[in-house]
Structures are given as structure tokens and as C-alpha cells.
Design a protein around this ligand. Structure first.
Ligand code: SF4
Length: 468
């Protein structure tokens, strides 16, 4: 059975990974590569096409699809969904079976997409989607129906049927290494590498799609093999894992595997602030860890409690300082626009910012309430948002999903978001120009990203978004 695994081109490069979607330096599609490899290892004639580097226009899809029996498309929700599904429409018109992997996989949206786009045969839900894809394709190959497969939304006798999520596996060892598939891509075209090392997180943050999910890791040797390959073409990779620091033995093994390969490569990953420690960080630095994304989200005790983040402002500051002492650039992520955000929480964020020194990156974003989360329910309860649908998320980059909080009206929220964004500009600029940042990313990259942030703030995206 010939299967085309397809990562669409966007207007700008972006990633469409299960736990990370949005604008990003051009990087190979990690999860799609794993799925293509998984299918290949199980006897499917699977080819991965990354259209970010191939640049095949829609008019060329017919030719691309020649000889294919099925297409599996990785589809991004924010801004790109309507163009990302074009390959599925072209495939269906040629009688090719169509499967969609939607990221973010927000509860209810896969079903809504199926109702809206009749040319999609199957939407693949969480978890372990590569297993579900193989199961669906196996049934199609045998000419059998899809009844009984967990983790899909599919069509039967004119109805859209949702079979719920697939139970997660204990680990991700079934994935193997995707080196063979990655080698089919034009790796020298990518600016950065992208590797998945694990999935799931047992914590209970009330805004997060993956809260309370079983944490599963891949085999460290497979992750290291992929990083070794990418290190031949790029100097920096993002190792995607919701919570690697929760499984310290995995980190120990990964460090061992990377050190054994003597890879000259920098990388970053994510961490909760209550889980980083000096010894672990220092061991990771020796294996190339150079940046660490610290998911702080809020430094307001009231908001932290309401979103069940389970940290304190002091813990956030301690983790920040420990990260810096280890020689790693901290990347602090803060969100604003939670229902409980106020003038006071904005002041608390500003006070926190004043304690940060370059090289440090700060990312501030406006909350996107995701259907199915407790924060979404709170936004509804306080009448801050209407019921959100597919279209709202697709246009979330131009029209914010949240425009006020319990105590801040539209104008006041915009003002706080602008102040927070502007406050980070100097720090991020100093960081991009710092020796350490340019050692990690190269001089040209530092300047390019600095220009990007200045353009962004000058164009004042938030202001446009809020229609102010
Ligand atoms: S720590 Fe919280 S935000 Fe991060 S993945 Fe876990 S539940 Fe989600």
C-alpha cells in the first residue's frame, strides 16, 4: 500500500507537532517522520514529503498523488488549517483515502473539521497516533471497515462517528529511530533540528490540553541517533518533550547516549520550574543543552492557584537562577489574559521581569482558552468568551480568543499586554546580541531574530489583534 505522509507548506515556516504548533524557524516535521518510519517498518510503502522544503504548489498535487493509495496530512490549526487541508481535497478527488492529524488536537475540533470537510475520511485523535494510522491503513488495505478502532473520527453511512481517544502506551519504544526517513529529506535546508523525546505530563495545569496524561519516553539511543544526524546539518535542535525533567533516569540515559556520539550540537527542551536541579542541568550542558524553556505562565500567587500550576514565584526565580548558573540561557514563558489576571498580576509580572538579566529570553503570549480545559470552563462561566469553534481558533492570530478578564476590560487588557510585550523587548534584544546566544545560534541568526522582534513590536501585532 503506497502512503504519502504530508507536511504542508505554510506562508511562513511553522511546526505542527502534537504538543507544539506555530511559527518556528524552518525545521523537519519530527512527528510526521516518526509516523512515516513506523508505517515503513510495518510494511507500508510510506513516503514523507515536507512541502516546506519541496514547495510543490497546489496545482502540482495531482502529480504528487499519482500511485498513492492514502494520504496522511499533518494539519496546523492556527492560521494554516484551510490551506493545509488542500492536499486532502486533491487526494479525495483522485479517489485516494484521506487521513488528517490535527494539531492542536483540541477536543471537539476534529469532529467539527470532519463535518465541515467532506473529503476527509478519518481524523486521527490522541494518543499514539502512528499506531492508529497503521491500524486504519491496515483495515483499508484489507478492504474492511473501521468499526472498533479507538482514537478516530470517521464516516459510516453518512454519519460522523467519534470513537474517543486511544489509550496511551506505557512508553514510546515502539517508535524506533526515524533516521532512515529523515535521510530522505533535504536536511541541509533546515535552520534547526526538531526531535520528539517523549509525550504526556502528569501535572494538572488547568489551561493545558495534556494535563494529567501518562508520561511516555522514547528509547534514548533512538533520540540520540536522530540528533546526531541533524547535527550534521544544523547547529541547534528543539527536543520536544512536555516534561523530560520528571523522568531523570531518562535524562541520564540520553546524556550518556549523546556523549557517546561526541555530537557537536546545541539543543533546548522544556521544564517545570519545580523540577530543575543543578546537578542534572550541569550533566545536560555537557551533552549540549544550551537553552531551557521554563513554563512559568504566571507569577501572581492568585493566578498560579487558579490555574493549578503548582509553583510559587520564588520557585520560578530559583529555577531561573539555577539555569543561568549552569551556563544555560533560560527562556521564560508567561501567559496573560487568564480570567483572574488583573492590574495587580500585571504589576507582579513587571516586578518579576526586573529581576531577569540578559542572556534571558522572555516570551509573553495571550491566553488561548482550549475547549475541554478548566480554564475554558472558567472563561465561559464568567462570560468572557462565547462557545469557541474551529473558525475561532483558525483566526486566533488575527482575532484574539480572549479580550477581557474578570477585572480588565478590553482596553485595560490590551494596555497590560502591550506593556508586558514592550518590557521584554530590551531583554530579548540584549540576549540575541550576546556572545552566548550567538555562539549557540550563529551571529546572523541572532541579528535576524532581533530584527523580527523589532518588526513585530513596531507593527504592534497585539494592537491590531485587539482592533484598538
Ligand atoms: S507542566 Fe502543566 S502546562 Fe506543562 S505539560 Fe504539564 S500539565 Fe501541561
Amino acid at each position: 500500500m503506497r502512503v504519502l505522509v504530508f507536511n504542508p507548506a505554510g506562508k511562513e515556516s511553522c511546526i505542527r507537532e502534537e504538543c507544539c504548533v506555530g511559527g518556528y524557524p524552518l525545521a523537519p516535521p519530527a512527528q510526521a517522520a516518526l509516523a512515516a518510519q513506523y508505517l515503513h517498518d510495518r510494511g507500508f510503502d510510506a513516503t514523507l514529503i515536507d512541502n516546506q522544503t519541496k514547495g510543490i504548489p497546489e496545482a502540482g498535487f495531482t502529480r504528487l498523488l499519482e500511485g498513492s493509495d492514502a494520504v496522511v496530512a499533518w494539519v496546523g490549526l492556527y492560521g494554516t488549517l484551510y490551506s493545509d487541508v488542500a492536499i486532502l481535497k486533491a487526494a479525495k478527488a483522485r479517489g485516494v483515502s484521506t487521513l488528517m492529524v490535527l494539531n492542536d488536537p483540541i477536543e471537539t475540533l476534529e469532529r467539527e473539521a470532519m463535518e465541515r470537510f467532506p473529503y476527509i475520511d478519518v481524523a486521527v485523535r490522541l494518543f499514539e497516533r502512528e499506531m492508529t494510522i497503521a491500524e486504519v491503513l491496515g483495515r483499508l488495505k484489507a478492504g474492511k471497515g473501521l468499526a472498533g478502532i479507538r482514537g478516530i473520527v470517521y464516516r459510516k453511512e453518512g454519519k460522523v462517528i467519534d470513537t474517543g481517544t486511544r489509550p496511551p502506551e506505557k512508553d514510546l519504544h515502539h517508535l524506533g529511530s526515524s533516521v532512515e526517513t529523515l535521510q530522505t529529506l533535504d536536511l541541509k535546508r533546515y535552520k534547526e533540528g526538531l526531535v520528539v523525546s517523549g509525550r504526556g505530563c502528569p501535572f494538572l495545569c488547568a489551561f493545558c490540553l495534556f494535563q494529567g496524561t501518562v508520561q511516555r519516553t522514547r528509547k534514548p539511543a533512538d533520540v540520540a541517533d536522530e540528533m546526531a544526524l541533524l547535527s550534521e546539518h544544523t547547529r541547534f535542535s528543539y527536543v520536544l518533550d512536555l516534561n523530560m525533567f520528571h523522568v531523570k533516569p531518562f535524562i541520564g540515559e540520553l546524556v550518556k547516549e549523546l556523549s557517546a556520539r561526541k555530537i557537536d550540537h546545541f539543543w533546548k527542551t522544556d521544564a517545570r520550574v519545580n523540577e530543575v536541579d543543578d546537578a542534572t542541568l550541569r550533566s545536560m550542558v555537557k551533552a549540549g543543552l544550551a537553552e531551557l524553556i521554563l513554563g512559568v505562565e504566571s507569577v501572581s500567587p492568585e493566578v498560579i492557584k487558579a490555574i493549578r500550576k503548582g509553583i510559587t514565584p520564588q520557585l520560578a526565580l530559583d529555577a531561573y537562577r539555577t539555569t543561568k548558573r549552569a551556563g544555560i540561557i533560560p527562556y521564560i514563558e508567561l501567559m496573560f489574559g487568564f480570567p483572574w489576571d488583573s492590574q495587580r498580576s500585571a504589576r507582579e509580572s513587571m516586578a518579576f521581569f526586573s529581576k531577569l538579566k540578559a542572556p534571558t529570553i522572555v516570551g509573553t503570549s495571550v491566553l488561548r482558552p482550549l475547549v475541554g480545559t478548566l480554564v475554558y470552563a472558567a472563561c465561559r462561566k464568567h462570560r468572557l468568551i462565547p462557545e469557541l469553534q474551529l473558525d475561532d481558533y483558525v483566526h486566533a492570530l488575527e482575532r484574539p480568543l480572549i479580550t477581557r478578564t474578570i477585572s480588565l476590560d478590553r482596553r485595560a487588557l490590551l494596555r497590560q499586554v502591550r506593556l508586558l510585550g514592550a518590557r521584554t523587548l530590551t531583554l530579548n534584544a540584549q540576549t540575541r546580541l550576546s556572545g552566548r546566544y550567538q555562539e549557540i545560534h550563529g551571529r546572523a541568526d541572532g541579528r535576524e531574530r532581533l530584527d523580527e522582534s523589532v518588526r513585530y513590536l513596531k507593527g504592534f501585532a497585539y494592537q491590531k489583534m485587539f482592533g484598538a
